[in-house]
Design a binder for this molecule. Structure first.
Ligand code: IMP
Ligand code: MG
Length: 205
C-alpha cells in the first residue's frame, strides 16, 4: 500500500489522541484502524506462504511491539479457524540506532537466543538496522527467514532493503505512534503521525 509524497494526511481533529501530545503533531499519516486492517491482510499472506512450517516470530523491540502483537494475534485467529494449526514461538530482540530523528552509526543488539523463521519489525528506514539483524540471524541457519515490516520509507538510497511483507510504503518522513518513538516519546499514541517542529524541540535530547 503506497502513501504518496503529496498525501496531506488526516486532520488530528478527526480522531482522538492523548492530550499530552496536543500541539506536538502535524497530522495523522495512518489512522490506527487502517494499520490493524492492513496487518490482518499481511497475516493472511504470511499464513499462506508459510505452509506447514512452524514459526518463530522475532519481534524487534521496542518499536515493533505493537505491530508484532497485532500480527501474531491475526495469525492466531487465522490458524484457529483453519485445518492446520500453526505453532508459534515468540522471541524478542532489542535494537537501538536512533538519536532524535537521526540514524546513528553504532548499533546495539540485545537478546534473542532462539533462531528465527520470521521477523516482525516496525519500520525500515535506511534499511541499515535490518541488514545488521539479518547478518546475525543467518548464523543460526534457519530453514526460512521472512521479514515483515509495517512501514517502508521511500528513501533516495537505491540499496534500500525490501522486506518480504510490508504494510505501507511511506514518504521519507520521521513518523511516530503505534510504538514508534521520538526519544522514547509517542509510543503511547495509536495512530501513526508526523511530529511537528514544536514536538521535536520539546522532546529533543
Ligand atoms: P534504519 O536503520 O534507518 O532502517 O532504521 C531502523 C530503525 O530506526 C527502525 O527500526 C526504527 O526503530 C527507527 N526508525 C526509523 N525511522 C523512524 C521513524 O520515522 N520514526 C521512528 N523510528 C524510526
Ligand atoms: Mg526509536
Amino acid at each position: 500500500m503506497q502513501i504518496s509524497d503529496n498525501w496531506p494526511g488526516y486532520s488530528l481533529d478527526l480522531f482522538t489522541y492523548p492530550q499530552h501530545y496536543y500541539g506536538d503533531l502535524e497530522y495523522v499519516l495512518i489512522p490506527h484502524g487502517i494499520i490493524v486492517d492492513r496487518t490482518e491482510r499481511l497475516a493472511k499472506d504470511i499464513v499462506q506462504d508459510i505452509g506447514d512450517n512452524d514459526i518463530v516470530v522475532l519481534c524487534v523491540l521496542k518499536g515493533g511491539y505493537k505491530f508484532c502483537a497485532d500480527l501474531v494475534e491475526h495469525i492466531k485467529n487465522l490458524s484457529r479457524n483453519s485445518e492446520r494449526f500453526i505453532s508459534m514461538k515468540v522471541e524478542f530482540v532489542r535494537l537501538k540506532s536512533y538519536h532524535n530523528d537521526q540514524s546513528m552509526q553504532d548499533m546495539q543488539i540485545m537478546g534473542g537466543d532462539d533462531l528465527s523463521k520470521l521477523t516482525g519489525k516496525d519500520i525500515v528506514g535506511t534499511g541499515r538496522t535490518m541488514k545488521v539483524l539479518l547478518n546475525n540471524i543467518e548464523k543460526y541457519k534457519p530453514k526460512m527467514i521472512k521479514v515483515a515490516s509495517l512501514l517502508v520509507k521511500r528513501t533516495s538510497r537505491p540499496d534500500g532493503y525490501r522486506p518480504d511483507y510490508y504494510g505501507f510504503e511511506i514518504p521519507d518522513l520521521f513518523v511516530v505512534g503505534y510504538a514508534l518513538d521520538y526519544n522514547e516519546h509517542f509510543r503511547d499514541l495509536n495512530h501513526i503521525c508526523v511530529i511537528n517542529d514544536h514536538g521535536k524541540a520539546k522532546y529533543r535530547v
